[in-house]
Design a protein around this ligand. Structure first.
Ligand code: NAD
Length: 472
């Protein structure tokens, strides 16, 4: 893979605030031409985006390396390849999904009105991305918006600036500039964009900002999709395969150095298998990173000094006992994968989202206690992981809530374009990925067509409402 430095990448400049309403008007105007509704137009834009991403792969790989220290392997499976596969999945299905659907189970009279559901694009949408998977969390929703026939303004994160620069380059060079535009910048630019009336706002990030987004959207009665944060539990029962659980959970924390909204924020382990689980965690750490985390070129760094300080402070403030790791290096924004045994469900490592490579472990008496605590600590997390027998996993699933869940694994449920991705309660509302992405930018418009020849039959509805009509 060719490596680019910061200087090789296209320039990053915040969009002047006065220009944002101009871009907004431009994409609304394009939507009103009705061109973006056409199947041929959607397919052409999706194909162009596919090749735009594919051609820019070396740039994207370098940008992710610069922003997050992300390895080429993780970049491909979770960003570049991910988006390319999502586009192929859309291309395969978009024609089928956009077709009118006739209403099921109709009586004969209803059938005569030809009731159907028309899949209308919502209109001109605003997509606000974030920095941890900057490509897939920004271009992913855009793929859905294009497939649904919407126009869009995309606001990538101001934190992962190298990726934001490359995404602007891709969008500007591969998509119709009248329909798809980029606003670069942080709070002032996003605030300016939020003052405008959109047909949908799609936001990924933290819950505090989601409230700002929701309030701004409410001013225009604009619908929102909110993809929010984690605090996800993992449960290891006394009957779990502890080696398997340790390896799979550890891998999920090494991935992007734990900067994943669906990574497990804390792990509850049945006391009976705690020593075995910890032993296997240590073994897996040694196997996955034989030269240690720092010597491992595949291990990501914290995205910014702010994120580094936040995760380090969590580590400094815990009352827990560090079992593995604990080293940090501010200059390199490095935080070692750190396993901490905590003894209280109130420990800040459990209550707050670490969004970093911290693995707090809380020993529990049994599965009942794990389920009770999962519901008490954060009742509606974005994800949940459970390792146990089939019956145990089924019980955890039926007695908890979460946006999604993987049984006997971590992260996996979010990797399939056939499954919708989204939160529940305060971990988000709305969902996307595959068909769900199409749906999130689509309005299901109910339509009937009443034939003129039915007038005789239908005239019973007109006043005056005589007794005779009532009896008919
Ligand atoms: P962030 O602070 O970068 O915010 C995300 C977006 O919001 C950015 O585009 C940013 O410009 C914008 N923004 C920030 N402050 C704003 C303000 N005051 N007004 C308007 N816009 C503003 O992202 P973050 O909060 O550091 O991201 C981490 C959080 O996101 C975690 O909680 C994580 O779990 C969550 N997350 C969720 C998902 C998901 O798909 N559900 C994915 C990734 C991250």
């Amino acid at each position: 893979v060719t490596s680019y430095t910061q200087d090789d990448l296209p320039p990053f400049t915040a969009t002047p605030e006065a220009e944002i309403p101009v871009l907004h008007d431009r994409v609304i105007h394009k939507f009103n031409t009705h061109t973006t509704r056409l199947l041929a137009y959607r397919v052409k834009q999706l194909r162009q985006l596919y090749w735009g991403i594919k051609d820019a792969e070396p740039l994207l790989t370098s940008a992710l390396q610069l922003d997050l220290g992300k390895s080429a392997f993780e970049t491909y499976i979770s960003e570049v390849g991910w988006c390319l596969n999502d586009i192929l999945f859309m291309l395969k299905n978009v024609e089928k999904w956009m077709r009118d659907e006739s209403a099921p189970d109709q009586s004969l009279t209803n059938k005569l009105m030809r009731p159907m559901i028309r899949k209308d694009p919502l209109g001109a949408v605003l997509i606000i991305g974030t920095w941890n998977f900057p490509i897939n969390l920004t271009l992913g929703p855009l793929i859905g918006a294009i497939a649904a026939g919407c126009t869009a303004v995309v606001k990538p994160s101001e934190v992962s600036t190298n990726c934001s620069r490359v995404m602007q380059y891709i969008i500007e060079n591969s998509l119709d500039p009248e329909a798809y535009q980029v606003v670069q910048g942080g709070i002032p630019e996003t605030t300016a964009a939020l003052k405008l009336k959109w047909d949908k706002i799609f936001y990924t990030g933290n819950a505090a900002v989601a409230k700002i987004i929701s309030k701004a959207a409410a001013e225009h009665l604009t619908p929102v999709t909110l993809e929010l944060g984690g605090k996800n539990p993992a449960i290891v029962s006394k009957n779990a395969d502890t080696r398997l659980a340790a390896r799979r959970l550890l891998w999920a924390k090494l991935f992007n150095a734990g900067q994943i909204c669906i990574s497990h924020n804390y792990t509850m382990v049945d006391k009976e298998v705690l020593p075995a689980f910890i032993h296997h965690l240590g073994e897996a750490l040694q196997e996955f990173q034989p030269k240690g985390a720092k010597g491992n070129a595949d291990y990501s760094r914290m995205v910014s000094s702010k994120q580094f300080q936040r995760v380090k402070a969590m580590l400094d403030n815990t009352r827990g006992n560090i079992l593995f790791g604990g080293n940090t290096d501010e200059k390199e924004l490095f935080i070692e994968p750190t396993v901490i045994q905590v003894d209280s469900p109130q420990d800040s490592l459990l209550v707050d989202e670490s969004f970093g490579p911290l693995i707090p472990i809380l020993p529990v008496e049994n599965l009942d206690e794990a389920i009770r605590l999962a519901n008490e600590i954060h009742a509606t997390p974005l994800a949940l992981y459970t390792f146990g027998t089939k019956a145990e996993n089924a019980r955890v699933l039926s007695q908890t809530r979460s946006g999604g869940a993987s049984m006997n694994d971590s992260l996996f449920h979010a990797s399939l374009p056939t499954l919708a991705f989204g939160g529940v309660g305060d971990s988000g509302s709305g969902a996307y990925r595959g068909k769900a992405s199409f749906d999130t930018f689509t309005h299901c418009r109910s339509v009937t067509t009443t034939p003129g020849w039915m007038e005789g039959m239908l005239s019973v509805r007109y006043p005056p409402y005589t007794d005779k009509k009532l009896k008919q």
